[in-house]
Design a protein around this ligand. Sequence first.
Ligand code: PMP
Length: 291
Amino acid sequence: MTTQIVHLNGKFMPIEDARVPVLDRGFIFGDGVYEVIPAYAREPFALDGHLERLEASMAGIGLSNPHTRAQWAKLVGEVIAKNEPQDQAVYLQVTRGVAPRDHAFPEGVAPTVFIMSGPLKPVPAEQVENGVPAIALADNRWLRCNLKTTSLLANVLLRQAAVEAGAAECVLFRDGFLTEGSASNIFAVRAGKVLAPPKSNLILPGITYDVVLELAREGGIPVEVRPVPEAEARSADELWLSSSSKEVLAITTLDGKAVGNGRPGPIFQKVHALFQARKPRARAPAQVVGA
Ligand code: PMP
């Protein structure tokens, strides 16, 4: 096993040596934001979108951004370069720093910046082939789901409920409309059209969500970004989930009932193929002419 190198507050070190004081507000309050950025063939995927969302998350919780966009991009590149795998998942977290416990923001405290990267696990071929089971649950999270905060307790409990029901993800509904999953965005397909809940305070603006909709449009598939009533989602021909780690996957059962015919549908297959073609690949070694 090669050593995993992380970045903590301006320094690179083996993960075993990275320490954060117990009074860090990330630990005490979950007072921080994060990103997960996939890198294929050591190239971060949709980096600008991730950094833009990071900036929006920091602004959304009143956390002063310690770095410029270029500095963030450099740090992400350095962490990727210092770690072994070709395909990596970069985890980046910024908290409101270390201060005596008090809910109100501390003054003059530097944020804690932590970046680690591990192998990006390939999505199992079996899940691409057969899709995954999901359960429907009431979305009981707060009303600022557009911010990617480290306070993930509601998402943790929702995902655990899915796991205990033998499902891979939950499909969340609020006030009669589809929102998203515990850690993914959700799409429905009806009558050949992709239906996507619009970005609002009720869902995370997924970077993969943007890629999926862009690929669908490029592929000539009609897309409707509009509120999706629960009944439409429950009787959809296809349901999909998307995230940086799962890419795009078909949900083939919801609460144990088949979605469509219970197999990944034709529109999923088209978008999945377009997604695979979009991912950066390791470059073939240069050919030596005449050798
Ligand atoms: N919604 C939630 C609640 C998530 O946690 C995630 C994954 N971070 C997503 C959607 C998908 O976002 P992305 O495509 O940027 O990974």
